[in-house]
Design a protein around this ligand. Structure first.
Ligand code: PLP
Length: 449
């Protein structure tokens, strides 16, 4: 089967120019660093769109399929515009994501609202903006959502998030499908949830079930296991309650290649596994074809994004490592510190030079754990070099912080030699814009005693 964009570390438009500079989206990366400053998030539009099309194509043999982008991986108004254009919906998990989508004129009926502790304000916002489905995660939320819907005298379409009891071999922080997960109803609680909807929560319309396994998944069999479990549950619910559910949401989770050792399956393989398991299991229980929803996040944007940094100081530990420090780190990419995530990087202005030293690329933040890459093989590094770290499009900007009061980087999108800002660089003024000094502290002059 054909390779897909999640299987190569670099954006699809990546080239090395004759002058040794890296090129992405037809733009000289070193010039981008000069023009916009560093650190800089760069997104290649062609890679994102190609990935969206690969998902569409992979599932095209099934007529009733919805593809969503799990926006927590990377959410801005510009990405909403691209996904809208590609015919995707959105998996949203907060009021802020709903607000962003709605402000970008995203078709809100294509949004699914997930999360294990949605507030009543967030649920109200979802209803007001016309979010298409709300995934009910637990009994508390069911009651809350029903009372909001009741007070507005409306019906809300919901799907139940279940915990299918499948463990995938990914980092424990990003597993979600195992039995003691904080997300969703245990399989033994599904009947009670359905009874409550039938008997008490008359403002909720049950449309289907939702199971999400986790993230950065490399095994395909977990998806056929998931389909088997969810289809069996559809059949059981039909037999016990006489309810024919319409929708099966299989979540996201497909892994991507961060480093050459990573070997994720292709989007086509995943679709094939899902559709084959679906066909077999629907036939087994004599069920008609439900609507299938898939909601990849990481695999849509990760490989499309790179982060550019400028090399500053370096330190050779006598008889030890050489540290090369860059102007960003754990605040713009918390994944190495949080999950021991590994990345691949090169010197963008020396992309055609052979490795000459093994260095540890350190961030600029005040934590010893702020290391972006251990033991990177790079050409001789010098201050001013531009380091490009690949596959940073997912869960980097969306997890970024202002740790050490460093302004967040800008983000740009590149396409056929053109570059456009999609996230402005934060300023010092932005950093203090929400700060308030209470009057009494001003009066006291806040002297140190
Ligand atoms: C995070 C998440 C996704 C996307 O996961 P990826 O690993 O980024 O593809 C999909 N569905 C739900 C419910 C999620 O929480």
């Amino acid at each position: 089967m054909q390779n897909t964009v999640n299987q190569s570390i670099m954006p699809v438009t990546t080239k090395i120019k004759d002058n040794g500079h890296l090129e992405i989206g037809g733009c000289d990366v070193v010039e981008l660093a000069e023009k916009y400053g560093t650190p800089l998030y760069v997104f290649d539009e062609e890679t994102i769109r190609k990935c969206c099309r690969q998902y569409k194509e992979a599932f095209s043999s099934y007529s009733n399929i919805s593809t969503l982008f799990a926006s927590k991986a990377f959410m801005t108004q510009a990405i909403c515009a691209i996904l809208k254009d590609e015919g995707f919906g959105l998996d949203v998990v907060s009021g802020g994501e709903i607000y962003t989508a709605s402000s970008a004129n995203f078709p809100m009926e294509r949004c699914y609202f997930n999360g294990n502790n949605k507030s009543s304000e967030e649920l109200e916002l979802a209803i007001e903006t016309g979010v298409g489905r709300i995934t009910v995660d637990n009994f508390f939320e069911m009651e809350l959502l029903n009372s909001i819907a009741q007070s507005k005298n409306i019906q809300v379409d919901v799907i139940l998030r279940i915990t299918p009891g499948i463990e995938c071999h990914t980092h424990e922080y990003i597993q979600t499908g195992h039995l003691d997960s904080k997300f969703g109803f245990d399989m033994t609680q599904v009947d009670e949830a359905i009874e409550l909807i039938q008997e008490r929560y008359h403002n909720l319309n049950l449309k289907g079930l939702h199971g999400h396994l986790g993230s950065q998944i490399f095994e395909t069999y977990v998806y056929s296991d998931l389909v088997e479990i969810v289809v069996a549950e559809f059949a059981r619910i039909r037999d016990k309650f006489g309810i024919v559910l319409e929708e099966m949401n299989l979540g996201g989770g497909l892994g991507v290649q961060y480093i050459s050792e990573d070997d994720p399956p292709s989007i086509y393989e995943i679709a094939d596994v899902i559709l084959t398991a679906l066909k077999q299991n629907l036939a087994k229980y004599d069920l008609s074809e439900p609507k299938i929803v898939v909601e990849p996040g990481r695999s849509i944007v990760s490989n499309a994004g790179v982060t550019l940094y400028t090399v500053g100081s370096s330190k050779q530990v006598p008889e030890g490592k050489k540290y090369v420090a860059v102007d960003g780190g754990m605040a713009d990419n918390p994944r190495p510190a949080m999950y021991q995530a590994k990345y691949y990087g090169i010197i963008a202005n020396k992309a055609n030079e052979k490795p000459a030293e093994t260095v540890t690329i350190a961030g600029r933040y005040c934590e010893s754990g702020d290391i972006l890459i251990n033991d990177a093989e790079l050409p001789e590094t010098e201050p001013g070099d531009i380091i490009c770290i690949f596959c940073t499009g997912a869960y980097n900007y969306s997890m970024s912080s202002n740790y050490n009061r460093v302004p967040k980087p800008a983000g740009i999108i590149v396409q056929e030699g053109q570059s456009d800002v999609i996230i402005k660089r934060e300023t010092y003024q932005d950093l203090i814009s929400l700060d308030v000094i209470p009057e009494r502290l001003k009066k006291n002059n806040c002297s140190v005693r």
